[in-house]
Ligand binder design. Structure first.
Ligand SMILES: *[C@@H]1O[C@H](CO)[C@@H](O)[C@H](O)[C@H]1NC(C)=O
Length: 344
């Protein structure tokens, strides 16, 4: 892959040099936007006088076991793509590995209190339309989940110490990105999200990223705009997902004017005719685009106001986090990324 050509696969990240040349303003405004968010501090603070609930997020393990140990915590989330081939056997193998994480840690009385799993597009067995012929024939065999919660357009309320509870909801659907062996696909552009998630959910688990967050938008991205709209309506404290390995990371979300403007900025900067990329324009074109400048400045002004509100005037911290917990590193098949940890 050349330094200046766009990435060949929608799942590979563009190089920094490519970004600097074809998205100079995006690169610069992203740096400032995330710097201000960092200075603003934590978007969410666990309730006072209560033990925080530690959530460990992972996804996209693709039938491999992470080479390093999983951090300790109260709740473990797997946001899909447990397997590669999605057969009942391979899914059961991954479930059996997850079950080992419920056993007490050495020298401790506890393991994870709860484990919650959502399916990914590779986990074909879960969707009858994509189930393998072999699995369709053998209907007598089923999965043995033990105490693990599997969520598919469903939710569960989990108890934690100090009388705390988390309301968790899981949804596996993704915009089509492969053949009929992939599970839970819908046609891109179709609204598969509006009013599908209860609005009092604390933790939302999907396989697909919402538009503009922890995704690779250069070739259109996998993130879904209807999903983003639904997430804005529900405003979960934690939204955990995966699918786009190169989008791995954790970011604060404030559900305010700054975030709205940042999403508008990206929509403008990546608004190119379908099937084309920024490199089909002249280099540095962004620099002379008044609309991109205007939206970037609008976002930074809103970000600074938000920061002052929290830092000087003691505004409430009512935001949360988005986490892309893909353990598979970029377009390799190695689990080099570490699980992400969030305290709620
Ligand atoms: C599917 O993957 C599992 C786990 O990696 C493997 O054991 C199994 O042989 C694979 N099955 C097929 C049909 O490829």
């Amino acid at each position: 892959m050349g330094l200046l050509t766009p990435q060949k696969s929608s799942f590979a990240p563009p190089t920094l040099l490519y970004q600097l040349i074809y998205h100079p303003l995006t690169t610069w405004f992203a740096f400032l936007h995330y710097l201000i968010l960092y200075l603003r501090g934590r978007p969410y603070v666990p309730p006072k006088n209560k033990v925080p609930i530690r959530v460990v997020c992972l996804s996209d393990t693709h039938s491999k076991m992470p080479p390093t140990s999983i951090p300790k915590g109260d709740l473990l989330i797997h946001a899909g793509d447990l397997t590669n081939n999605g057969t009942l056997n391979s899914i059961q193998q991954s479930i059996d590995w997850l079950k080992t994480l419920q056993k007490p840690w050495p020298g401790s009385a506890d393991g994870f209190r709860h484990i919650v799993v959502v399916a990914g597009n590779h986990d074909s067995y879960f969707d009858e339309r994509s189930r393998s012929f072999h699995d369709t024939k053998n209907t007598r065999r089923t999965l043995d989940w033990g105490k693990i919660h599997y969520l598919q357009h469903s939710g569960v309320t989990l108890p934690f110490p100090d009388g705390r509870e988390l309301k968790v909801h899981g949804a596996p659907q993704i915009p089509r990105c492969g053949g009929n062996e992939f599970a839970f696909q819908y046609t891109r552009g179709q609204d598969a999200w509006s009013n599908t998630i209860p609005d009092d959910v604390d933790v939302l688990i999907t396989h697909n990223p919402p538009k503009w967050h922890l995704d690779i938008p250069e070739n259109g991205g996998m993130g879904d705009e209807f999903e983003l709209q639904e997430v804005w309506r529900v405003k979960p404290t934690l939204h955990a997902f995966g699918h786009v390995h190169s989008g791995y990371g954790k970011e604060p979300v404030w559900w305010d004017e700054g975030q709205k403007s940042w999403e508008e900025f990206l929509a403008c900067a990546y608004n190119k005719p379908a099937g084309t990329t920024a490199s089909q324009r002249l280099p540095l074109t962004e620099l002379v685009d008044p609309q991109i400048w205007m939206l970037g400045v609008k976002c930074l002004v809103a970000d600074v106001r938000g920061m002052l509100w929290n830092r000087l005037w003691g505004g409430a911290r009512q935001g949360g986090y988005m986490v892309n917990g893909a353990l598979t590193y970029q377009t390799t098949s190695k689990l080099l990324n570490k699980p992400k940890v969030v305290d709620l």
